[in-house]
Design a protein around this ligand. Structure first.
Ligand SMILES: [Zn+2]
Length: 53
């Protein structure tokens, strides 16, 4: 099971986890759910840490 580091949502279905995004912030890997990935894709492409979203 994984949990979204932004909204805290959890996902147990490995198939759905494929649509999640990962990022490395402050030296540790974070995971973001599909919804947060979609919402924040521009910020992610800009390599901004989630604390600035
Ligand atoms: Zn999320």
């Amino acid at each position: 099971m994984a949990s979204c580091d932004f909204c805290g949502r959890t996902e147990e279905d490995p198939g759905r986890l494929l649509t999640w995004s990962t990022a490395v912030e402050h030296g540790r890997q974070q995971m973001f759910c599909t919804e947060c990935s979609r919402t924040h894709v521009r910020s992610m492409e800009g390599k901004l840490d989630s604390e600035y979203w």
